[in-house]
Structures are given as structure tokens and as C-alpha cells.
Design a protein around this ligand. Structure first.
Ligand SMILES: [Zn+2]
Length: 461
């Protein structure tokens, strides 16, 4: 069956037909490393990881690129605010980001390019746009001439004049038109900068994604471009304008955007004091519970986070987990005739996911299956063990797509998991005294920790 994806560009559900057979080239806008990740970032990272895993499960050869924005005004401002060097802010936050990904159990992308490693290619890109008449330089800054690009506004569905209104763009007397945006920014005294044909400066934010996606995926047209809804305008609109002006080809065939996350109905912001970091979530819940919470909403919908909802999700997790524990004990396939009992659920699961990655519907199939199994266990149907075994294999397969381990919670408490995470942190900070103390604390709880090349592993004593 075909996989349907809602395309933000055409505003329609469209069949995924990759440009190149079964190869899917996917790019997702990653984090800007000026601060720690909050749960909104976690949703973005996780949801597209599920898309990637599901497409792989469906037999696609997915090439997934997720960038790191390591040069930006926000980083410059943060460094000033904290009285730290630009490089320190970047280094610390990349380290924290990598730790968060690990704690979330989200795999690395196939390529994770950083903007600052792309400066020569970005400069060549900007030069080509100037040559083609789509960009102009004014005193060390280079701007994109928005009105030269006739499809501008197609993605966000606005007219140019509406966009000027909506964006309330700050007045910059150097621009020829208020809607023009910076491709290259002249450096102020003491700012991080690189030499260029226009003097010392740094790239604007939008150009890096155009440049890195086409280069890393080795194609002028990519299959899927992903990001948050808040990136549609101006970021993605500008990416299209830059890329298509350069190549004359469509930039991305599918644009996929996730909805935004609120906290108790309010936008998350530091000034409102409702900013929740991942560390705070992990103090109370495991990453599996957080993932299950995200799956309960469709990726394109907004999500409202609350601790009460997390408690509900924990119960749902528990129901599946208890069943899996029971099934785990029935570990001997006994032969017997199979039926299409678990296959039917599998088909239901796949059609939910094929239809624009409908995870809430897919989850309800799993929950129904758990109920089936519980009833089935108490019956004396012939070949019962064989069927339950198949059910377990199916839930395991699904767990792999969702990156959730339903057997984990039964093996480890939140408290124990917290100690394990603290130990990873301590080792990263080369605090070996603390890491040894934590090893002892875990040992008294019956958990043996070992350090391997792949990192910390643990087992029950
Ligand atoms: Zn981007």
C-alpha cells in the first residue's frame, strides 16, 4: 500500500513517490545550539525519528540528514549574556544535545552537518545567487531579493504584502525591500566571523539548510523536508526561494511540519517560567513514557503537555508492559496452526501509519491487541501459545519503530534510571569520583554497571 503524507506545500495528502526508486532523501531542520533542549525540541526530534524508522520498516532506503545550527545571532547574544566565548557556548550545548539524544534513545542521523563546516560552500552559493540577479550586496551584507522569486509565499500561503505585515520585519535601511532577507551578515567588532568576497562576516540562518540539504543528500531535489510549523515562515519559505533560484528545480517534493507544543495551554517561554527541559522530565519519567505521550497525538496537531497527562500515559504504558512481561514468560513456541489474528492487527497498524503517520490510531491498534491478548490468555484455545508468541513478536516490532521498550520499566525504576543517567553525566564531565560513587549506589540496588567502547551498559546482578 502507498504511504500518504500531508504536504504543506500543496495542502494535500500525497503519495510518497521518491525521486529515485526506493531511496528517500530526507532533511530535517535541527537545533540551534544556544541553549539546552526543552520538550518541544524532543517532540520534533522524536517524531521525525519515528517517520524515519517507519519508512525503513516499509522497505525504503532512507537517507536522513539533521543539521546543527552552530552559528546564529542567538548564540552570539547568549555568549554575551553569559560572558562566555562563542565557541564555549556552542561546545557545551552540542554536548548537552548529544546527551539528550542518547537519553531519548533517538538514533544519530546518517549525516549531522554543522553550518560552520560549510562556510566555503555557502559563500559559493551566495555568489551564484548574486550572479543570477537574485541577491545583492550592500556594504558587507548580502540580501536575497524576494520579489525576484515569483513563487515566494506559496508554502505559507500568503501574499507578499501580507507577509510584510505578518512578519513585522524590523526596519533595515540597507535592504532594497523590507521583505528581503540576509544571506550573509557583516561581522560587528569581536563577533565570530569568516573571510568572504564581501568582507568578514557569517552566513544568515536560512542559507545553511539549502546548502547542506542539497550537498549532503547529493541531489538538487530532495524527497522530504521536515521541520516545525513555526519554521514555515520565513525559514522554509526562504529555503525554497534560495534553492529554486539557484537550480531552477523543485527543492523538496514533500514538506512535512509538526504541530507545536504548549504547556498547560500556554506557549512555552522562559519569561512565563513554564520552560521544561528534558532533564526535568527524566527526573520524573522515563523517556519511553515521554515518547508514548508524543505518539498519542498526530504529529501535525498541536500538543498540550501537562504532568497529569504524563501520569495517564504511564498507566497506558504499564498495561502494555504487564502484558509483555506475561508474554515474555510464555517463551516457547509450541507450533500449532496459526491464524490471521495478529496479522489482522498488523495490517490495521500499517494502514494507520501509512496514512500520514497516524500514530494515535496505530497506538489504539496496539491497545486493542493488548485487550485481545489478555482475554485470549484466559481461554483454552488450541495453539494459544503460538498465537501469543506472534502477538509478542508484533508488539516488539512496533516497539522498534517507536523506539519504546515495553519490557524496560519492569526491569528498572525511574529512580534507578536517574542514577544511571547521572553516572553518564559524571563520566562525561570526567568526575570519576562521583561516577564510582554512583556505581556503588547502583550496586546496592542490584545493578552492575560496566563501561564499554559503546558507553555504559548495565545488568541485574
Ligand atoms: Zn533549516
Amino acid at each position: 500500500m502507498a504511504i500518504l503524507i500531508h504536504n504543506s506545500l500543496t495542502k494535500k495528502k500525497e503519495e510518497l513517490v521518491p525521486l529515485d526508486g526506493k531511496t528517500v532523501r530526507m532533511y530535517s531542520c535541527g537545533v540551534t545550539v544556544y541553549d539546552k533542549c526543552h520538550i518541544g525540541h524532543a517532540r520534533s526530534l522524536y517524531i521525525f525519528d519515528v517517520v524515519r524508522r517507519y519508512l525503513k520498516y516499509r522497505g525504503y532506503d532512507i537517507r536522513f540528514v539533521r543539521n546543527i545550527t552552530d552559528v546564529d545571532d542567538k548564540i552570539i547574544n547568549k555568549a554575551k549574556e553569559l560572558n562566555k566565548s562563542f565557541d564555549d557556548v556552542v561546545r557545551e550545548n552540542i554536548k548537552a544535545y548529544e546527551r539528550d539524544l542518547k537519553n531519548l534513545g533517538i538514533r544519530k542521523a546518517d549525516r549531522e552537518p554543522r553550518a560552520t563546516k560549510y562556510i566555503p560552500k555557502i559563500i559559493a552559493f551566495v555568489e551564484a545567487l548574486i550572479k543570477k540577479g537574485f541577491a545583492y550586496e550592500v556594504d558587507g551584507d548580502v540580501y536575497y531579493s524576494v520579489r525576484k522569486f515569483k513563487n515566494y509565499g506559496r508554502l505559507s500561503g500568503q501574499s507578499i504584502d501580507q507577509m510584510i505585515e505578518a512578519a513585522r520585519i524590523e526596519q533595515d535601511p540597507k535592504k532594497r525591500d523590507p521583505l528581503d532577507f540576509a544571506l550573509w551578515k557583516k561581522a560587528k567588532e569581536g563577533e565570530k566571523c569568516w573571510p568572504s568576497p564581501w568582507g568578514k562576516g557569517r552566513p544568515g540562518w536560512h542559507i545553511e539548510c539549502s546548502c547542506m540539504s542539497m550537498n549532503e543528500l547529493k541531489s538538487e531535489t530532495i524527497d522530504i523536508h521536515a521541520g516545525g510549523r513555526d519554521l514555515i515562515f520565513p525559514h522554509h519559505e526562504n529555503e525554497i526561494a534560495q534553492s529554486e533560484a539557484l537550480t531552477g528545480k523543485p527543492f523538496a517534493r514533500h514538506w512535512i511540519h509538526h504541530g507545536l507544543l504548549t504547556i498547560n495551554g500556554q506557549k512555552m517561554s522562559k519569561s512565563l517560567g513554564n520552560f521544561i527541559t528534558l532533564d526535568e522530565v527524566f527526573e520524573r519519567y522515563s523517556s519511553d513514557i515521554l515518547k508514548l505521550f508524543f505518539l498519542q497525538s498526530h504529529y501535525a496537531s498541536p500538543v498540550d503537555f501537562s504532568w497529569e497527562k504524563m501520569e495517564e500515559v504511564k498507566k497506558a504504558y504499564g498495561r502494555v508492559s504487564i502484558l509483555m512481561k506475561k508474554l515474555d514468560k510464555i517463551n516457547k513456541a509450541t507450533g500449532g496452526m496459526g491464524s490471521d489474528w495478529s496479522l489482522k492487527r498488523k495490517t490495521e497498524f500499517e494502514s494507520a501509519m501509512d496514512d500520514d503517520f497516524n500514530t494515535p490510531k496505530a497506538l489504539s491498534v496496539i491497545y486493542d491487541m493488548v485487550n485481545d491478548c489478555n482475554k485470549f490468555m484466559n481461554s483454552d484455545t488450541e495453539g494459544k501459545q503460538f498465537l501469543l508468541r506472534r502477538a509478542m513478536d508484533f508488539i516488539r516490532e512496533v516497539s522498534d519503530i517507536f523506539g519504546i521498550n515495553f519490557l524496560k520499566e519492569s526491569e528498572i525504576s525511574v529512580e534507578e534510571e536517574k542514577l544511571l543517567m547521572e553516572r553518564i553525566k559524571a563520566r562525561e564531565n570526567k568526575d570519576f569520583k562521583k561516577s564510582d560513587e554512583l556505581r556503588d549506589a547502583l550496586k546496592t540496588k542490584g545493578i552492575i554497571v560496566e563501561d564499554t567502547k559503546e558507553g555504559q551498559v548495565w545488568r541485574r546482578a
